[in-house]
Design a binder for this molecule. Structure first.
Ligand code: 13P
Length: 263
């Protein structure tokens, strides 16, 4: 399991249920050659499960700042769970796994308890969990109570050493996949920075300073090459979890470059 800390910045690309094999190969090749020259940024691609193996082969010789992540995982190692993917299947292919994404919570009824089981299982199998939390409705300065409820439940039962191996992604649900087309937009850098600061304060209060100072907290929700600097100027934000922008080589590489450069 790679060490997780705030000296690195992270760009996680969540491809969601997009791409066919040929697209995945083109995207993988383009990103591989583009990130080679970047420093200070850890890039994680999270393609659909079926593309993990060919991409793992493609990235087997590096670059070292490029890793794979899964978009989800079951908590059991094996068994009668038709259609599910286990940590044993993933652990040699990925370093990271996105858990608790709002789309999993909403479309597949994932509960905080299930997400907690997955977080524990990922850690047990040396896969770094990227735990997603986010409020559904826009409010003045984030629904801190709702966010901390998700955090508390998602992290239940973990010890300090385990809490130091986790990444948190703050994704306000109202800001996901908005582009600039619907009148609603991505969260502003200022808003995202303020809420991430509150999440970090909660982590300090609940789990102590050693944990809160170490834990990377990413922003996600319509982050693109056009607005990335806004987020990176916020000192509390340690990187981004990008959806749409991760499906375009140029846009994604510009995001990666900016995250490495601006802080
Ligand atoms: P978009 O960047 O497309 O808004 O998606 C964000 C997201 O949900 C990443 O997990």
């Amino acid at each position: 399991m790679g060490d997780v800390n705030r000296t690195k910045r992270y760009v996680v690309g969540n491809w969601k249920m997009n791409t066919q094999l040929a697209d995945a190969i083109v995207l993988g090749e383009g990103i591989k050659y583009g990130v080679e020259s970047l420093s200070g940024v850890e890039v994680v691609l999270c393609p659909p499960f079926v593309w993990l193996y060919p991409l793992a082969e493609m990235f087997s010789q590096g670059p070292t700042n490029l890793s794979l992540g899964a978009q989800n995982m079951h908590w059991e190692e094996k068994g009668t769970y038709t259609g599910e993917i286990s940590p044993l299947m993933l652990k040699d292919l990925v370093k990271y796994v996105i858990l608790g994404h709002s789309e999993r919570r909403y479309h597949f009824n994932e509960t905080d308890e299930m997400i907690n089981d997955k977080v524990i299982s990922a850690l047990d199998h040396n896969i770094t969990p990227i735990l997603c939390i986010g409020e559904w409705k826009k409010s003045e300065s984030g629904d801190v109570e709702g966010l901390t409820k998700q955090l508390k439940a998602g992290l239940a039962g973990l010890e300090e050493a385990q809490l130091k191996k986790i990444i948190i992604a703050y994704e306000p649900v109202w800001a996901i996949s908005k582009g600039d087309t619907s009148g609603q937009r991505a969260a502003s850098g200022e808003y995202a920075g303020e809420v991430v600061g509150k999440i970090r304060s909660y982590m300090e209060k609940e789990y102590g300073r050693a944990v809160s100072e170490n834990i990377p907290i990413l922003y996600g929700g319509s982050a693109t090459a056009d607005n990335i600097k806004e987020y990176m100027f916020e000192t509390e934000i340690d990187g981004v979890l990008a959806g749409g922008a991760s499906l375009k080589i140029d846009n994604f590489l510009q995001v990666c470059k900016a995250v490495g450069e601006y802080r």
